[in-house]
Design a protein around this ligand. Structure first.
Ligand code: SF4
Length: 300
């Protein structure tokens, strides 16, 4: 009998152990998968779950989001963090309506051409929404492949073409099986082969893992510390955005002045929000979320 391949072992484990996440349901739309991939890039699953559902309840299609304002997208994004993603997701929805009649495209080059859709997201949508064979490489996948195949503890700096090639080599030839394997390797990295505490004892590829066989030499570099938030410009931006999100019209400068005592840092944070296309000045003395007001008409 043929030995199961790496992908076969991980896929079988996934079928029995995958977390029950709503964007993995068989009837979920490509749009819902695209939204989940954008939200999950920098936000943990537990925080994404309610936000994803609320987003899709309000905007179940790209056309629905495209017909609303960027300000509303920022409001709905709430406290997921990195709110540029909300604006880019709306721009993406507009492009899907204008270029593809409102349907999320299934060809990789068309996905890659959408605003805010990069190498990872395009391949994730092509694989998970359309069952295609593409290497889908995020941090978790890079770590699993690095450890199990190369025997190295950490993936190190991103080397995109090499990562894609190394992962693609592991995928079965049949597209649906390859898409399943992509999801499975990612899940293994998220819940078993974690950065700090890999649970090799329950890992489906323990017997063949190169890093396990080498005696698991600990990473040579310093352990990364969690990023500080308190007192940073990110915190000030979040406070300013919080006031603007909760207002239905322009907010006077003096109201924004109350959120943070340091004039220089507050001004820098506000200028950053304007530069990033999240906030716009209204006259000389007020600010509002970008495009806050009647939605611009969208031609489909
Ligand atoms: S055996 Fe351990 S290090 Fe190797 S892939 Fe599994 S969890 Fe990761």
């Amino acid at each position: 009998m043929t030995e199961p391949t790496f992908a076969g072992q991980v896929s079988r484990w996934y079928e029995q152990n995958a977390r029950d996440l709503p964007w993995r349901a068989p009837d979920v739309t490509a749009w819902a998968i695209l939204v989940s991939e954008v939200m999950l890039q920098q936000t943990p699953v537990a925080r994404v779950l309610p936000a994803w559902q609320a987003w899709l309840d309000r905007w179940p299609t790209p056309a629905a989001l495209a017909g609303d304002s960027p300000a509303e997208a920022i409001r709905m994004w709430g406290r997921l963090g990195y709110p540029r993603r909300a604006v880019r997701l709306r721009e993406c929805a507009v492009a899907i309506v204008e270029r593809h009649g409102g349907d999320v495209p299934d060809r990789l080059e068309q996905l890659l051409a959408l605003p805010g859709v990069g190498t990872y997201t395009a391949r994730a949508v092509a694989a998970f929404a359309y069952g295609q064979r593409h290497p889908v490489v995020d941090t978790n996948v890079r770590r699993v492949v690095c450890r199990a195949v190369a025997g190295e503890p950490d993936a190190g700096p991103a080397t995109r073409p090499a990562d894609l090639a190394a992962t693609e080599e592991l995928l079965p030839a049949e597209p649906a099986a390859a898409a399943l394997a992509s999801a499975a390797i990612m899940e293994l990295g998220a819940v078993v082969c974690t950065a700090r505490s890999p649970r090799c004892g329950v890992c489906p590829v323990e017997a063949s893992c190169a890093w396990r066989a080498s005696g698991q030499v600990a990473p040579a570099g310093p352990t990364r510390r969690p990023q500080r938030y308190a007192g940073t410009d990110r915190q000030v931006r979040g406070l300013l955005l919080g006031v603007l999100r909760e207002s239905t019209g322009p907010v006077p400068h003096r109201r924004l002045d109350q959120v943070w005592a340091d004039d220089v840092q507050r001004a820098r944070a506000l200028a950053g929000l304007v530069t990033d296309g999240l906030v716009e000045p209204v006259g000389e003395t007020s600010f509002r979320l970008i495009g806050d007001g009647p939605p611009a008409p969208v031609v489909s």
